[in-house]
Design a protein around this ligand. Structure first.
Ligand code: PLP
Length: 457
């Protein structure tokens, strides 16, 4: 950015933005009417906008800035690599030191079944790779009819054709003829909507049982894999009952189907373990990652490939006809190595597990006394607060009120980024957040809830 562009006014930015920039997941006309908020810089857990506001970023950008903003180690790693070798590909039996170093480091920090990685540029591309790889695996084993992948309603697995198909978002399927063939969906483990009347543990087993029902409906010999986020993120930070994942694992084992853990949000410390599968006790065969691998400083994603799949691909596969220009991009990989080393050095995963995660859970629990709050859930450093009309029955407000959006507006107005998924208000702050900063955030959340309550009456 040169000096002239830096000194544009907010209105000038907004005019140019609306005239040329089609934003993701955005109603273009509404954006043109209201104008974007222009974020100009950030440090730690705070953003600054073009109007001079300081905003606590309780969403880590988009679930990704795990180490917080302004970390010089990452800037220096990128700069060094840009100067030395800004790009080379990994296609024709070539590799670069940062990509090899990152592959080695990922094998170290992920569960022991993962010794291999396939790099992509994003989480969506990672999940496209999953679809290709899962089907290739069963082809190589002489079972090409095993091509169906089971996912869940309200899951989010990205926005490419395969990613959006794996996801279970009705609004995405309604545009562009999705899902693609061979992808089916079952209900999500959302106790508040589907399990009231059962204990959470009972519901967890029931909800996992829907996988077995779906396998039998599709035909056990047709099913290739099950994919799920350990905690559904974009679906509203839906933390499953503790009984859910062990039962899912048991069912996958029983039918021999592959288990894919989408760790794009849950990976790299978010849940208080390095990976969500470790928090919930599963042994996935494939694991998608992105976001936290570089703390969002530069795009990078990929798939960790467990021994079961890797051995077949390597020993029997021949050429795997799949890859991206930016698979193993050296600058992205150099930043990822610096980012992971930083997470290790500062003990951020342990800090979330032993200190800030439990403290956030305590603070969120205390929100239960608020008249609007029907449910709170946390897992590591993510959390959700559900706004309800009636606390006893859990009855929702009319959808047309869009109370979640009202609350989000009050958050913004008071210097806090919190996201609304329907009437579920969610957070996933940077893992460097301190207890004192959690206290500050809670003051802002309570203020937004009070203002929202006044609007709802
Ligand atoms: N998987 C999950 C669980 C996600 O939350 C996301 C993005 O939010 C994706 C996949 C897609 O990642 P990307 O936006 O990098 O393509």
């Amino acid at each position: 950015m040169n000096q002239t562009t830096r000194t544009r006014s907010t209105q000038e930015w907004q005019r140019a933005d609306a005239a040329h920039f089609l934003h993701p997941f955005t109603d273009f006309q509404s954006l043109a009417r209201k104008g974007s908020r222009i974020i100009t810089r950030a440090e730690g857990i705070y953003l600054h906008d073009s109007e001079g506001h300081k905003i606590l970023d309780a969403m880590s950008g988009l679930w990704c800035v795990n180490v917080g903003y302004g970390r010089q180690e990452l800037v220096e790693a990128a700069t060094r690599q840009l100067q030395e070798l800004p790009f080379y590909n990994a296609f024709f039996q070539t590799a670069t030191p940062p990509a090899i170093e990152l592959a080695e480091l990922l094998a170290e920090v992920t569960p022991p079944q993962f010794k291999h990685v396939f790099f992509s540029g994003s989480g969506s591309e990672g999940n496209d790779t999953v679809v290709r790889m899962v089907r290739r695996y069963w082809d190589l084993l002489g079972q090409p009819q095993r091509h169906v992948i089971i996912s869940r309603k309200n899951a989010y697995h990205g926005s490419t054709m395969a990613g959006a198909s794996l996801g279970g978002m009705g609004g995405m399927h309604a545009q562009g003829g999705l899902p693609i063939p061979g992808i089916v969906h079952m209900e999500q483990p959302y106790w508040h909507e589907l399990g009231r009347g059962l204990s959470r543990d009972e519901f967890g087993r029931v909800a996992a049982g829907w996988l077995e029902a779906k396998i039998l409906e599709v035909g056990a010999d047709q099913v290739a894999a099950f994919i799920g986020e350990p905690v559904q993120g974009a679906g509203g930070v839906i933390v499953p009952p503790e009984t859910y994942w062990p039962e899912i694992q048991r069912i996958c084992d029983k039918y021999g189907i592959l288990l894919v853990s989408d760790e794009v949000i849950c990976g790299f410390g978010r849940t208080g373990q390095w990976f969500g599968c470790e928090r919930f006790g599963t042994r996935p065969d494939l694991m998608t990652f992105a976001k936290g691998v570089t703390s969002g400083y530069i795009p990078l994603g990929g798939v960790m490939v467990g021994d079961r799949v890797a051995n077949v691909l390597i020993e029997r596969g021949g050429e795997f006809n799949h890859g991206y220009t930016y698979s193993g991009h050296p600058v992205a990989c150099a930043v990822a190595v610096a980012n992971i080393r930083l997470i290790q050095r500062e003990g951020l995963v342990e800090r979330v597990r032993d200190d800030t995660g439990p403290y956030l859970a305590e603070c969120f629990d205390a929100l239960r006394d608020h008249p609007l709050v029907g449910e709170v859930q946390t897992c590591g450093l993510m959390g959700a607060v559900l706004l309800v009309k009636d606390k006893a029955s859990g009855a929702p407000f009319p959808e047309a009120l869009e109370l979640g959006m009202v609350c989000r507006g009050h958050c913004f107005g008071n210097g806090l980024v919190m996201r609304a998924v329907g009437d579920r208000m969610i957070i996933a702050p940077p893992l460097v957040m301190t207890r004192a900063q959690i206290d500050d955030m809670l003051v802002l959340i309570r203020r937004a809830l009070d203002l929202t309550l006044a609007d709802a009456q």
